[in-house]
Design a protein around this ligand. Sequence first.
Ligand code: HMG
Ligand code: MG
Length: 297
Amino acid sequence: MSDSVRIVEVGPRDGLQNEKTPVGAADRIALIKALLHAGLHTIEVGAFVSPKAIPQMVNSDHVLREVNHLAGGEFHVLVPNEKGYEAARAAGAKVIAVFASASEGFSRANINCSVAESIERFKPVIARAKADRIKVRGYISCVLGCPYEGEVKPQAVVDVAQALWDLGCYEVSLGDTIGVGTPSKARHLLRAVAGHVPMAHLAMHFHDTYGQALANLYAGMEEGARVIDSAAGGLGGCPFAPGATGNVATEDVVYMLEGMGIATGVDMARLLAATNEISLLIGRPPVSRVASALNAK
Ligand code: HMG
Ligand code: MG
């Protein structure tokens, strides 16, 4: 079992990219500051993607510039291609994330190219990032199932993970985009991928659509995985993954870890305040169980 865990807070990006009414840059900046204040140090703050594809992430350059100087934070942004890379670098990005898929159907819907083409697109991005001393994280979507193709074979995930690792990603985040995984499948997948990318460099990015995310994380931790992507309030989803709901909630993850004696450095009261603030803004209560329980007290 992992004895320490690093949380990557993806709420300001994954959490807000699917909101019907886009959340403005000033409110996204306030959320990021509140999350940092709560003790979350690695925060994904935006995406340099097509504004036609994801209008919710416009002004990510402004958001990044406004938070980049904040002490104690590492701020990540998504980059799909060289155009996005140039904009991210100009805004001062120090860590970018490229994003691929284990399934062809989702790759086509999300980034309008095949899986192999996406890897080719990432090559110059990663090479330029290396030259500019910008760290690159790699995502793989649909690792436990695809909204267009159904079952996804672990070998398809292994192939993409190997490619991202070989290109120089420092960490590969395994996305259960539609939250269909179960603990035994998550365990089996982590074992398979860890044969090619060291377990210490794998992250678990589990959406909670079917209520399995915490159980899947626990299974992954038993395998030795120690990086968890989560979103405050269980926000999230992807417009190109029909039916997908939010990421596992950061409050739920923090509650589970602290209860297991694994220190997170996160102040639950401050995290709850950040979560409540953003849910007021989007007009929905947080979906997380821990937020509901604590708010009812
Ligand atoms: P495309 O249409 O094939 O791109 O889209 P293109 O190169 O043909 O360009 C088309 C237009 O987009 C042009 O503008 C470009 O300038 C513009 P026009 O001439 O029509 O006015 N463009 C851009 N604009 C801003 N920034 C850019 C950029 N690139 C092109 N970087 C593309 C391909 C990848 C750009 C598009 O499909 C896209 O932006 N997709 C992003 C989709 C996305 O952000 N999805 C959500 C994130 S992934 C996710 O949530 C999963 C994850 O959480 C893990 C998990 O849960 O599984 C990470
Ligand atoms: Mg996601």
